[in-house]
Design a protein. Structure first.
Length: 324
């Protein structure tokens, strides 16, 4: 029996669009298809995978649960009803935890945090952009990032996991805050004739299958604020290209970001390989919410979790290299 041919508009989305809509890498979708029997894409006339809307919606639920800390083996094979029920259970637990920690997560700005979340929910990008710009000017860039943007980003992610926000609302926030941070970074660019940067020169990126770049942008802003020179490659740079870019740009540090959704053993294996390929003079700094980064010290690699730890790390690097 021949498999019927479909167009993407009739049957769903191609795999690249599903990756973009769910944040799940193409390779991950193919592995799940073989290992768990889901998703089950159709094929178009050229034999390319096409994912029906119902499957894309299930994958979005799966991604929410992965972000909440569940393993793929526990959730990928579940139907939409079971996924929704499981998400509801975890949302209740997350809500309880948030109610206990909100007062300590952002002690001086709880009302402002809530107001910004409401602005996102109201689909008001202009209002959100204005509020963020105003907060930056009032607080200064460093505190703005560490005391407002970082916890706000966590709160937006929690709201998505809980079902309060849809993906498009999280995308709205990401787009607006990305613009705000890029403008702030551009405003710190040295003027012509300024003294040379103090160092280190830092290459920032993520490895393939890591789509999250907002944390990387926050790190870049904090580093530029400290007078560092940054070379950003964006997200999903192949490991060999990271090595080549580090050498071509003659950087002092390579900094990578990993989200909680990344597979710990794979992350560690990639880091060991990267460390082995990088010249010893280039430091390797890593950060993000991937727990594997912080279980035990990684030889030749510096793991830094809070953004506030970047300044002392930069000062330590300068102290070590001041006599070289």
């Amino acid at each position: 029996m021949n498999t019927p041919a479909f167009t993407s508009t009739e049957a769903g989305l191609p795999i690249a669009a599903v990756e973009r809509e769910t944040g799940l890498a193409k390779d991950t979708l193919r592995v799940w298809e073989k290992r768990y029997g889901f998703p089950q894409p159709l094929r178009d006339a050229s034999g390319n995978r096409i994912y029906p809307a119902e499957q894309v919606q299930r994958l979005q639920l799966v991604r929410r649960l992965l972000d909440a800390g569940l393993r793929p083996s526990k959730v990928v094979g579940l139907d939409a009803a079971a996924l929704t029920q499981l998400l509801s259970q975890h949302s209740q637990a997350s809500s309880a935890n948030l109610s206990k920690t909100n007062s300590t997560t952002l002690p001086s700005h709880p009302a402002e945090l809530s107001a910004l979340l409401d602005t996102i929910a109201a689909h008001d990008p202009q209002g959100l952009r204005h509020a963020l710009h105003h907060a930056q000017m009032r607080m200064g860039l460093g505190p703005f990032i560490t005391e407002l943007v970082a916890p706000l980003t966590v709160a937006v992610g929690e709201a998505w996991v809980q079902g309060r926000f849809e993906i498009f609302e999280e995308h709205l926030y990401t787009e607006v805050i990305t613009g705000v941070l890029r403008q702030a970074i551009a405003s710190l660019a040295p003027l012509h004739g300024s003294p040379p940067a103090l160092g280190p020169k830092v290459l920032l990126t993520t490895l393939p299958q890591e789509l999250h770049g907002l944390g990387l942008l926050m790190v870049e802003a904090m580093l530029v604020l400290e007078g560092c020179t940054c070379v950003s490659l964006g997200t999903q740079t192949p490991l060999l290209d990271v090595v080549q870019a580090a050498q071509a740009h003659r950087v002092d540090v390579v900094l990578l970001s990993f989200s909680a959704a990344q597979n710990g053993p794979v992350v560690l294996a990639n880091l060991r390989e990267l460390r082995a390929q990088l010249p010893s003079r280039i430091a390797l700094w890593v950060g993000g919410s991937c727990p594997a980064l912080y279980h035990k010290p990684l030889e030749g690699i510096t793991a830094t979790l809070p953004l506030s730890a970047l300044k002392p790390l930069v000062l330590q690097w300068r102290s070590t290299h001041s006599s070289l």
